[in-house]
Design a protein around this ligand. Sequence first.
Ligand SMILES: Cc1cc2nc3c(=O)[nH]c(=O)nc-3n(C[C@H](O)[C@H](O)[C@H](O)COP(=O)(O)O)c2cc1C
Ligand code: SF4
Length: 497
Amino acid sequence: MASSGPRHPLEDTHWPTAEAYAASWLARPLRLASGLLLRDRTWVPAMVPWRASDEGFVTPAVLDWYGRFAAGRPGTLVVEATGIRDVPSGPLLRIGHERFLPGLRALVERVAQESGGETRLLIQLLDFLRIRRRPERDRYLREFLVITPRIREGLATLGSDPTAQEAALREALVRLDDRTLATLLGPRETEALERGARERVTDTHEEHIAALPAVLPALFATAACRARDAGFDGVELHYAHAYTMASFLSRLNDRADGYGRTLEGRLRLPLEVYRQVRAAVGADFTLGCRFLVDEVIAGGSTVEDAEFFGPRFADAGLDFISLSRGGKFEDARQPRVGEAAYPYTGESGHACMPTVFGALPPFGLNLGLMARVRRAVRASGRTTPIVASGGISTFARAERALVEGEADLIGAARQSLADPDWFEKLRTGRGASIQRCRYTNYCEALDQRHLEVTCQLWDRLPATPGEPRSRDGRRRLLAPRGDWSAARPAGQAPSAS
Ligand SMILES: Cc1cc2nc3c(=O)[nH]c(=O)nc-3n(C[C@H](O)[C@H](O)[C@H](O)COP(=O)(O)O)c2cc1C
Ligand code: SF4
């Protein structure tokens, strides 16, 4: 979180009466091509809250988290990025094996119960490549760096015996000052030292990376079948941000095996994944994807690429397209030793989760680019619904985006975290009591440290007896129920804001 004050005040707004809301575009139902009926145009995009167990299982805290969103009865709720492989992934929710099914079924049941069956529930399916924590310098040189002939030769020019045992060469490296060391290391070795090693889809010299197009379609398809068996209404294929599928779509993807370089090549695997998933789950199971309107990194994809991809995804038969922007590793801040790079710390990260500290106000910041992708889809003759997101927290902005054809569904992630009841308050004409997101990214700072995500507006309010707290005991894990607009932390005077 930035230390200086917000540059941008929250937008002035007005809230509709219950009657005005009922007549609004936001309240209009929408039937997807799969047949799924969404009660209205409200949508909670995926958010990882770090509540799964270390083995990736649904925990009671996961059930409470989604139950709390469901109580506000959004039209659609997307469960956080969930790993499709059966590999240890820390406290990331997983769907890569049958043993995850009972927990996921409980999650589906909880959402149905809390929303009175009104909220449609999707789950976001994720594949990611390995990223290591930034190592301690000398440990990297002693244990992880591969001593290549190039490094031997470089050391020889500095006076080392090139035929020396590897251990002696490593000690010679440890003794070098940083500047001299830098002259011996290649760009990837420098990255591994300074930021932690990170695999890329372009590392096709690695067998498992070369094999991604062969293995991923089946992995996604099996995971999607599990989601269907668990009772979800559909899945969202995660083709956005810093992860495997987004890296295939990226302009930086120069794979030479037909899965990179050209627009068609970059799109090939995402389409193959989609087709195999569709063949596995059938036409009546909702299947969408989330991808980027702009990567916001040097040499990365821009909205022109997205305008090409959108119509092709629509043509392939996706039931919805959810859009996002940025969120990449390439421009992430250098992590501290022992921590991994986090893809929401650079300019691309700020584009993904815009704040009031940025140069531009965060409100609806990405709508213009998203509207361009929607227009490209419409121009191709398709009516595939487009989900927009990024700083949307007022009825007026949401309604304008729908009326002006910038989007078909309104994604509101942090606003829904700030006040999970805001949809219900809108419906019932109680907009004035909505707790508005401040867009300061306190929540995102917790996400970055893999701490349980909460919101600054409510995590210091007095807890209801028996309610679970964060692991350090200091924060509520859930937004209070009922109208808490007047509540404040014990001992604190009412705030003027
Ligand atoms: C704590 C947190 C976790 C997030 N996790 C995911 C995720 O798992 N998958 C995803 O596609 N986006 C994720 N996002 C991004 C949001 O879905 C959304 O695109 C972004 O916050 C911008 O929307 P907003 O301005 O309405 O918050 C996350 C955002 C936050 C704040
Ligand atoms: S902590 Fe709460 S108010 Fe702040 S950005 Fe996150 S959701 Fe919004």
